[in-house]
Ligand binder design. Structure first.
Ligand code: SF4
Ligand code: SF4
Length: 101
């Protein structure tokens, strides 16, 4: 039997990585609609979350008051890139794309 055509399919490999200490891009670039302690209406895109400290660490990490959306966000190479600016640009672009949808 001959193979006339080889079909290829796109397989998207999502590579999960460790969150990069001190990055904080996902706590600044995207909007968050869920209430955050100190920000009851969530936060707009580009605004620093009030719970992000000067070392870009979440002050309510692990607490039940941390928005579920934050806990469910998994760091991936695609999103986080290699440096803060990679992640910031990716998340800004995503925010623009989804806010226009
Ligand atoms: S963008 Fe990625 S690396 Fe940066 S803080 Fe968020 S999860 Fe961590
Ligand atoms: S609550 Fe914590 S994880 Fe969520 S955006 Fe604010 S600082 Fe980041």
């Amino acid at each position: 039997m001959s193979i006339d055509r080889i079909q290829t399919c796109d397989i998207q490999v999502i590579q999960e990585i460790e969150c990069r200490a001190g990055c904080g891009a996902c706590c600044i670039a995207p909007s968050i609609s869920s209430p955050i302690p100190g920000m009851p209406n969530g936060k707009p895109a580009g605004v620093r979350c009030i719970q992000l400290n000067d070392l870009n660490q979440c002050l309510i990490f692990g607490l039940p008051t941390r928005p579920r959306v934050c806990a469910s966000l998994k760091p991936t190479l695609e999103m986080c890139g290699h440096v803060h600016q990679d992640a910031f640009t990716y998340l800004q672009d995503l925010e623009s794309a989804t806010s226009m949808a």
